[in-house]
Write a protein that binds this ligand. Structure first.
Ligand SMILES: NC(=O)c1ccc[n+]([C@@H]2O[C@H](COP(=O)([O-])OP(=O)(O)OC[C@H]3O[C@@H](n4cnc5c(N)ncnc54)[C@H](O)[C@@H]3O)[C@@H](O)[C@H]2O)c1
Length: 438
């Protein structure tokens, strides 16, 4: 190697390039600059880069002051100019890994980024993939794209995988304090990548290969996906028996060992849990193995919005109304509380399906004033104000996301009927007869 990347990492002269400045990339940049390393953020979206230069954040839980601090510190800049990749000693890929329409892994972003790196790759660089993906991606997809540069891994550049465990909106852990699993293509790659992340996070967890690190992330997400599916199924079973699943969970979790509480909801959302397990089930097929738990969990979770719509239909039916022609207000568009991220949000399916059945649907979300076009969906809607007068106009209010700032007493007081898919109204005392849990 022309330049000893490990030495530059150790003496903090290494420059870190982060490719993809989204929910994962932006906090990562901060973790590195806080660790004293100069960082350059690369993104294909000029609007994001422009906003960053202006000191403005585009992610709700990342305040603009955070970006301004980064700029003041003088250790960060953002660019769309990929020729500047040569200035970096380490390059970290944080780009999306969605599913195609047929629910197969969509590697186009990862491949495009690796190919962009290959055009500028120079001897002595360390490349790390952080995007969540199936075991084998770093070696089978990223490496061949990088070697189009003519440089050889292990000899002229180093390669590693380290999964991101970001949980947007979480306050007890952040990028700095969440332990970071790192797997290297070879021992030198592992040593360099572990040394790099040691500047950014409190605990580095080295593992024996990129594949182990890739599989660890998928295991974590399968664990959540399957347990959420199990509790969603439990909700349906207990509801038929007239038993409140949330009360049952509260009782069960008093067991001090052997039980971890998961909560039901209107379906799975977000960039990770509804998607990542299918990366593994797709890859498993190549080995003549069927990932039955994952497929079953997917089936159960995908059906949840339709279960909630069934509850909405039941409540309207009791009032002598049909979904067709009813006015319905959906509360919360984000996939989980207190974030502004609507990727894969079950609220979108709920709104689309209610409209499809002839309902007149509005939504309120304090964090999403208007909907933007997504790959698969385009609601073209605006958040309506959440006022007593407005609430009264609707035949039914459907709580899809339990944002903390909602005044649930006020909502129940002024709504004609409430379908609550999150148990958000648990502490509401007055008007309980209007509430149906779903
Ligand atoms: N959001 C989360 O909470 C979370 C948590 C853990 C892991 N992940 C994983 O991290 C990865 C990134 O997710 P995210 O939520 O940050 O996505 P995101 O959509 O918020 O950000 C991705 C960014 O990459 C940019 N981009 C796309 N193509 C690019 C390219 N060729 N070169 C440079 N930039 C490019 C986009 O413009 C965008 O700004 C995914 O694999 C995801 O599964 C996400």
């Amino acid at each position: 190697m022309s330049k000893d990347v490990l030495a530059s990492i150790k003496n903090k002269t290494a420059v870190v390039g982060v490719l993809g400045l989204g929910y994962v990339g932006l906090p990562l940049v901060r973790a590195f600059t806080q660790g004293g390393l100069r960082s350059i953020g690369f993104d294909v979206d000029p609007v994001k880069v422009h906003k960053l230069h202006a000191g403005k954040s585009y992610i709700k839980h990342i305040p603009s002051s955070y970006i301004q601090d980064l700029l003041k510190q003088g250790l960060f800049e953002a660019t769309t100019d990929f020729s500047r990749l040569v200035e970096c000693d380490a390059l970290i890929i944080c780009v999306p890994t969605p599913l195609t329409k047929n629910r197969d892994p969509d590697m186009t972003y990862v491949v495009a980024t690796a190919e962009a790196i290959a055009k500028h790759l120079r001897p002595g660089q360390l490349v790390v993939l952080e995007s969540t993906t199936y075991p084998g991606t770093t070696r089978e997809v990223v490496l061949p794209a990088l070697e189009k540069s003519g440089l050889k891994v292990g000899k002229e550049f180093l390669l590693a995988y380290s999964p991101e465990r970001e949980d947007p909106g979480r306050v007890d852990f952040d990028t700095h304090t969440i332990p970071k699993v790192v797997g290297g293509y070879d021992p030198r790659s592992l040593e360099a990548a572990a040394a790099l992340y040691n500047h950014a996070v409190t605990t580095v967890v080295p593992v024996s290969s990129c594949e182990v690190a890739e599989a660890a992330k998928i295991l974590e997400n399968c664990y959540r996906c399957i347990n959420i599916a199990m509790i969603n199924e439990m909700k349906i079973i207990l509801d038929r028996m007239g038993i409140d699943v949330w009360e049952v969970i509260a009782a069960a979790k008093t067991k001090p060992f052997g039980f971890h509480a998961f909560y039901p909801g209107p379906g799975l959302g977000g960039h990770c849990i509804p998607i990542d397990p299918f990366y593994l089930s797709w890859k498993a097929k190549r080995y003549d193995v069927t990932a039955r738990f994952i497929e079953l969990a997917g089936e159960l979770n995908v059906a949840m919005p339709y279960y909630v719509i069934g509850k909405v239909a039941d409540v309207l039916n009791l009032k002598g109304k049909a979904i067709r022609g009813s006015r319905i207000l959906v509360l919360g568009l984000a996939y989980k509380k207190d974030v502004d991220d609507l990727r894969e949000s079950p609220s979108i399916i709920l709104i689309e399906q209610l409209k499809h059945r002839g309902a007149k649907v509005d939504y309120n979300d304090p964090f999403i004033p208007t909907t933007h076009k997504q790959r698969e969906h385009d609601l073209g809607m605006k958040s309506v104000p959440l006022t007593p007068a407005n609430l009264k106009k609707y035949d039914l209010v459907l709580i899809s996301t339990d944002h903390t700032q909602y005044d649930y007493d006020m909502i129940v007081q002024h709504a004609k009927a409430v379908v609550d898919s999150r148990n958000a109204t648990a502490n509401v005392k007055r008007g309980r007869s209007k509430i149906t849990k779903a």
